[in-house]
Ligand binder design. Sequence first.
Ligand code: HAM
Length: 403
Amino acid sequence: MVKSLRGMNDILSEDSDKFQHIIETASRIAKNYGFKFIETPLVEETALFKRSVGESSDIVGKEMYQFVDKGGSDISLRPEGTAGVVRAFIEHKLDKKADREKFFYYGSMFRYERPQKGRLRLFHQFGCESFGESSSFEDVSIILMAKEIFDNLGISTKLKINSLGCDKCFPDYKNELSNFLIDKKEKLCSDCHRRIETNPIRTLDCKVESCKHELINSPKIKDCLCDECDIEFDRVKRLFDEKNIKYEIDSNLVRGLDYYSRTAFEFVSNEIGSQNAVAGGGRYDRLVEYLGGKSTPAVGFALGIERILDLVKLPEKEQNGYYFGTLDENYLEKLYILASKKREVSRVHIEYKTRSLASHITNALKKGYKYCAVLGSDEVANGTIWVKDLEAKFEEHLSQDSF
Ligand code: HAM
């Protein structure tokens, strides 16, 4: 039997209801914050991800679905959404306009990771990207929006924040950390040896217990921030304090992608096991220029849909729509015409199997319809249809012409 690929799942039954509920809820809230929907291709030039996510990241270094197409182009399935949105932002010359632009998106992302609970090779993200605002009010706004999405979905999360500094202060921090790491080198894993050469801050994210232990006393970026970054980070914290939003400052929160500067954040849940990050994001003020556009500050986040499927509480099923059935096969055609007309204004299910009235009612309730409309011989003779409101438990005969 042919099976789906490892780490790539079908989403169906109750999960697909939850999946749609997540997208609808998140899209509604993003629109309230002024974001517009954007759709970008699932496949892009590999160079785009190498330049944006970064060659030193595990995502690009180890996890890309990368191949050469029939025309000889080096292309990759997108491992995340930000790079494609930034590419589109530049390609459509939106960087040349003075306006702020805000986009939301959702869709499949691909990372060739070792599959485990919460870690898939094909997964789905809902994400938002805001361009053109350098003030940290926008960082706070984006974080509050993500929180509002989780709150609306009935999911409790913990917010972790950090500042990754800027071009002015980050290089000094990187040097200080490198020196610390070189002294500890013998005690670190082989991946960290490589990280010391390519991008030392990746070591702070190492999952190997002995490395974590060695890094407890590593230099902390918060002690190396320049005045400007310090002021902005203080403002972010102050705004959260004023709004009574709880957060934890995590100096080891460096994110797995290279494009961030200043505010970085993650939402975690302690109800889903070790892969507990349900959303992540931050500011990426250098990326637009780095990819060839006009320098534009930007901030965004993405949430992992599969990670929250088990946590989402679906709202009580809203019953609506019409279930149509008949007691006699000969009236099916008449029933079909009436039901098709109703479909222009309402959700409709047509039951082609002849059943008893009681069985039609049970079936309509099971399928979640509010009205059960049934044609029998009396109704056909009188030009009516029997309709029951299953919620109000009220029934009547209505004229077929006006129905
Ligand atoms: P990320 O932290 O790599 O950030 O991914 C965002 C979320 O996607 C994670 O918090 C997690 O919930 C989910 N996720 C990541 N990898 C997997 C996986 N293998 N299986 C299941 N879920 C996963 C980004 O992708 C950035 N583009 C976010 C961003 C937008 N930053 C600025 N704008």
